[in-house]
Design a binder for this molecule. Structure first.
Ligand code: AMP
Length: 281
C-alpha cells in the first residue's frame, strides 16, 4: 500500500495500480482519519465493488465551524495507515492543507436546494459548504467511479448527492449503513474524546431512536412522536440540540407518519457533539 501527500505522486500511484486492469473502477473513501470499524466498513465495501481502493485522510478545516473542535479532533496517521493496510486499501492520500487549498480557501458557491437549511445546517453554519468543497476537490484529484459514505452522516449523504448532481460530476455516491458498538453507540472518531462514563450516558441517543422506532405505529403524527421521543431523551443526561423526524429525500420535517422517514438527533455529551439517526418507516 502506498501513501501519497502530493497530487502528482497520488496520480502516479493510482495509474500504476490501474495499468494492469481492463476497464478499472476506482472506489474512494474520504475520511478525516482516527479510523474505526465504521470507516473500515466503507473500505471493505469499496474493496468488494471496485478494482482499486483509495482512501483519503484529511482533517478539513473549512468544514469546522468551531476552532476548539478542529483543535481537539483526534489524529493518528500511523495507526490509520496500519488499519488501511490490513483492510485491503491500495492507495492512501494524506495531503497537507496547502495541497488541497493551494490558494487558500476557494470561493465556492453551491445551491443545496434547501437541504442545508435544516438540522446540521443552522447549527453548524458553513459546515456543508466546507464538506462539499473538499469532497469535490478530492473527487477531482482522485477521479473515482464510486464514493462510499456512511449514513451516520445522513444529511451529508443527501448534500453530496446534490453536489454531484449540480456540479455534473461522474461519481456514484454509495451510502453505507451505520456501524455501532455492541451496545448501540454509533462509532465516531469523536467517541475517543468521551470518558467511559460518558460513553454509557451517550447510549441514550440509540435508546431514544430505538424507542421511537418501537412506538411510531402507535403515534398519530410526527409531532406527537417527536414529543414522546424528546421526553424519553430528556430522562438521560445529554443536552439535546435537535431531534427531527424528516423525509429521507427532502430532509424536511414531516407531519404524517408514512414510509421513507428517519429520525435524526444531535446532542452534546459534555463538550462532545454527537449525531445519530435511524430509518423509521
Ligand atoms: P469522518 O472521518 O468522520 O469524516 O467520516 C468518514 C466517512 O466515514 C463518512 O462517510 C462517515 O459517514 C463514515 N462513518 C463515520 N462513522 C461511521 C459509522 N459509525 N458507520 C458508518 N460510516 C461511518
Amino acid at each position: 500500500m502506498k501513501i501519497s501527500v502530493e497530487i502528482d505522486e497520488l496520480r502516479e500511484q493510482i495509474e500504476n495500480c490501474l495499468s494492469s486492469i481492463e476497464n478499472p473502477t476506482i472506489g474512494f473513501v474520504p475520511t478525516m482519519g482516527a479510523l474505526h470499524e465504521g470507516h473500515l466498513s466503507l473500505i471493505k465495501a469499496a474493496r468488494e465493488q471496485s478494482d482499486i481502493v483509495v482512501c483519503s485522510i484529511f482533517v478539513n478545516p473549512t468544514q469546522f465551524n468551531n476552532a476548539a473542535d478542529l483543535e481537539r479532533y483526534p489524529r493518528d496517521l500511523d495507526s490509520d495507515v496500519k488499519l488501511l493496510q490490513e483492510n485491503g486499501c491500495d492507495v492512501v492520500f494524506a495531503p497537507t492543507e496547502e495541497v488541497i487549498y493551494p490558494d487558500g480557501e476557494p470561493d465556492y458557491q453551491i445551491d443545496f436546494n434547501g437541504l442545508d437549511q435544516v438540522m446540521e445546517g443552522p447549527n453548524r453554519p458553513g459546515h456543508f459548504k466546507g464538506v462539499a468543497m473538499v469532497v469535490q476537490r478530492l473527487f477531482e484529484i482522485v477521479r473515482p467511479d464510486k464514493g462510499f459514505f456512511g449514513l451516520k452522516d445522513f444529511q451529508q449523504v443527501a448534500i453530496l448527492k446534490q453536489m454531484v448532481k449540480i456540479k455534473g460530476l461522474n461519481v456514484e455516491i454509495i451510502p453505507m449503513p451505520i456501524v455501532r458498538s455492541g451496545q448501540g453507540l454509533a462509532l465516531s472518531s469523536r467517541n475517543q474524546l468521551l470518558s467511559e462514563k460518558e460513553k454509557e450516558l451517550a447510549l441514550i441517543i440509540f435508546e431514544t431512536l430505538s424507542y421511537g422506532k418501537r412506538i411510531v405505529s402507535e403515534c398519530e403524527n410526527g409531532h406527537q412522536l417527536q414529543q414522546k421521543m424528546i421526553e424519553f431523551f430528556e430522562a438521560g443526561e445529554l443536552e439535546l440540540e435537535y431531534l427531527e423526524i424528516v423525509d429521507n429525500d427532502s430532509l424536511q420535517p414531516i407531519d404524517q407518519l408514512r414510509p421513507n422517514i428517519s429520525c435524526c438527533i444531535a446532542a452534546y455529551c459534555g463538550q462532545v457533539r454527537l449525531i445519530d439517526n435511524m430509518q423509521f418507516l
